[in-house]
Design a protein around this ligand. Structure first.
Ligand code: G6P
Length: 367
């Protein structure tokens, strides 16, 4: 068959493992490494005139949008709003001139996202799309197509499409920042070099597969699991919880680490594993103090961080997963790997249909 699982037990596992290659492929069409520049396909509008970005997507792709909000606002200082597509049209969004409407979709056919795209176009908004299937409806209808090169994704739970979407989002954020005069040549070169290191960092993350498989037995016995992160790792916490729910059927919630004390902390006891996504960096100490609030209540922490972070805060955790050191801004690209592997292995332990989870469809073409 043209598309088979190779040596892998499931498509999801194969697709997790393909990430270093497909992310590198995707990045290669958006980075001019020799000139240390980011680049987008030719477009018929001036990126520098964009004053607002409205991002619309569903499911996993919507978390790419939420991470993009952190990136675009920090790098380009352009305000961003993010909606799930099923809410977007019906809240009668205010779409001014100089708004860039951005849809994100693996399939390019999700009914709600397609309807949102058409709504934006009907409002006269210039649109762009981060899309994996180049022949899809959305790919044909956007003003600016920003393709991901993830290849066909078969597993219903999105993995490689997610990280490729993030790679394109990073390139878009940097291009927008440059167009807005917010990115110096040196900063652009630094960003290009960090992004270039992502595939190798993903490989280093994949090397922890067996360890993560070992932890899966503990997590598989839980009724609820909490995922915590701050900044761009907050949407990754949401994605982690979604992945676990989708394929293992364990109830999971993602929360902004600092918001936990306003509710979910009431759930914490010895039976609730808490996955903490915390690369070292400016937000690390704050996340660690939230993690300690969990530990003080007997919560079992799995801390995902780099060597520096684990040396500082790894003690007392039920388990730790060591990531290579990456710039905190792009950490979600790399930290996605252990988050996906954990969900995958828990699902395998539970014996669910990993590639075809109950009640879910790969592409949802109804509202
Ligand atoms: C379905 C899939 C999800 C996916 C979502 C959006 O619900 O099960 O994995 O994130 O649709 O799909 P799209 O093709 O628009 O990215």
């Amino acid at each position: 068959a043209l598309i088979d699982k190779g040596n892998h037990r499931h498509f999801m596992q194969k697709e997790i493992y393909e990430q270093p290659v497909v992310v590198a492929q995707t990045l290669s069409s958006y980075l001019r490494t020799l000139e240390a520049k980011v680049a987008l396909p030719d477009m018929e509008f001036d990126l520098g005139s964009v004053e607002r970005v409205a991002i619309v997507a569903c499911g996993t792709a919507s978390y790419v949008g939420a991470i993009g909000k952190y990136w675009i606002e920090q790098l380009a200082r352009v305000p961003v709003e993010v909606d799930v597509a099923s809410e977007f049209r019906y809240r009668e969004p205010v779409l001014g001139a100089n708004t860039l409407g951005l849809v994100i979709s693996q399939s390019g056919e999700t009914a709600d996202t397609l309807a949102a795209l058409r709504h934006m176009k009907a409002c006269g908004v210039t649109t762009a799309g981060i899309i994996n299937v180049p022949t899809s409806s959305m790919a044909r209808e956007v003003d600016l197509l920003l393709p991901t090169h993830a290849g066909p994704e078969i597993g219903v739970a999105s993995t490689k499409a997610f990280t490729c979407q993030l790679a394109v989002m990073a390139a878009l954020s940097a291009n927008l920042a440059r167009a807005k005069g917010r990115l110096s040549e040196a900063e652009e070169a630094e960003l290009v070099s960090q992004l270039t290191e992502v595939p190798a960092a993903m490989n280093a993350a994949l090397a922890h597969d067996a360890e993560i498989e070992g932890m899966a037995h503990t997590i598989a016995g839980a009724r609820d699991v909490l995922y915590l992160g701050r900044g761009p790792d907050y949407p990754l916490a949401l994605e982690g919880a979604l992945k676990l729910k989708e394929i293992s059927y364990i109830h999971a919630e993602g929360y902004a680490a600092g918001e936990m004390k306003h509710g979910p902390i009431a759930l914490i006891d010895e039976s609730v594993p808490v996955i903490v996504i915390a690369p070292s960096g400016p937000l690390f100490d704050k996340t660690v103090s939230n993690m300690q609030e969990v530990q003080a209540r007997g919560g079992k922490v799995v801390l995902i961080s780099d060597a520096e972070g684990l040396a500082q805060a790894g003690e007392g955790a039920l388990a730790t997963i060591e990531m290579p050191k990456v710039h905190p801004l792009i950490a979600p690209l790399v930290y996605a790997v252990p988050v996906q592997l954990l969900a995958y292995h828990v699902a395998v332990v539970k014996g669910t249909d990993v590639d075809q989870p109950r009640n879910l469809a790969k592409s949802v073409t109804v509202e």
